[in-house]
Design a binder for this molecule. Sequence first.
Ligand code: BTN
Length: 336
Amino acid sequence: MTRALDDAALLPLADALAAGDWVSGEALAATAGVSRAALAKRIAQIEAWGLDIEARPGLGYRLTAPLERLDAAAIRVGLSPASAARLAGLDVALRVDSTNQRLIEAASANDPQALFAEAQTAGRGRRGRDWRSPFGANLYLSLAWSFAGWPPKLGTLPLAVGVATARALAASGLSSVQLKWPNDLRIGDAKLGGILIESRSEIGGACRVIIGLGLNVAMTAGQGAHLEQAWTSVHATQLAVGRPTATRNALATAVLDSLLAALAQFEQDGFASFLADWNRLDLAAGRAVRIEGATTLEGHACGIDPDGALIVESADGQRHHVHAGEVSLRLPAAAA
Ligand code: BTN
């Protein structure tokens, strides 16, 4: 029985395909130091990482989209001086179960620390869902931050993180990003990214949060096939308006920089300085919504309150402040 090779040993193969051009089987076999027969097995292994590989007789193999690997040094060097001074640790992993899980298990003494991964094998989303995490396609980032005490209104932190991410994307040229309560990143009705925050109380009253961000950057149709909801990516959005595509490393820097600044701001002033931006970015504002939670509520979305609750006006004119639930946006009625 042959044993699966470890990820690092397979990396030269992925790197040899990174440009997205055809590479012959001979050349790849030489890179991997194996026979043509053994190559097919290795290609199958990196395909299982989520790489979208095409094979054609006479041409060899190619990735359907070029691969830009993340580089911790390049990400760090782009940070603002304030963020660089704040950040204690920054790492890029190849493949992990979940970046959130890795940081939950890491020592809090090293906070704030950030972990990116090229792929996740058990990426997790909100409400117990999986987060599809193909290799090298998107950003999978977790940031661990320890507050000295339990911040008042910690429940608003996910909304502040949504604003911080949208700010970074706007500064990178993506001004059409909106937020769907509480913190989905959307372009129109398609999902661009999501945020999952896991918090723990620590000995001595400290509060530790792990902020997980998944952002679709260059995911191909094949990699995103079978996702339950409509999705888009940074590159698809930029290409649609004839703009050059942002690099993953530049986006990683921009997002991490903005998150570090936002966490410091949240620690000092709470959610107040994010509220106006959140309402400006609100995808649901004025739209008919349905909230599924302990009970079901229908009405029109009217923004959020200072506690981060979604305000929904039902048909009888009552205003409800919703603290938890899944929002679905209802389609506008067809014009008569
Ligand atoms: C959502 O469901 O919208 C939230 C998705 C959060 C995914 C990110 S990817 C990096 C971090 N690690 C995880 O396992 N999940 C988060």
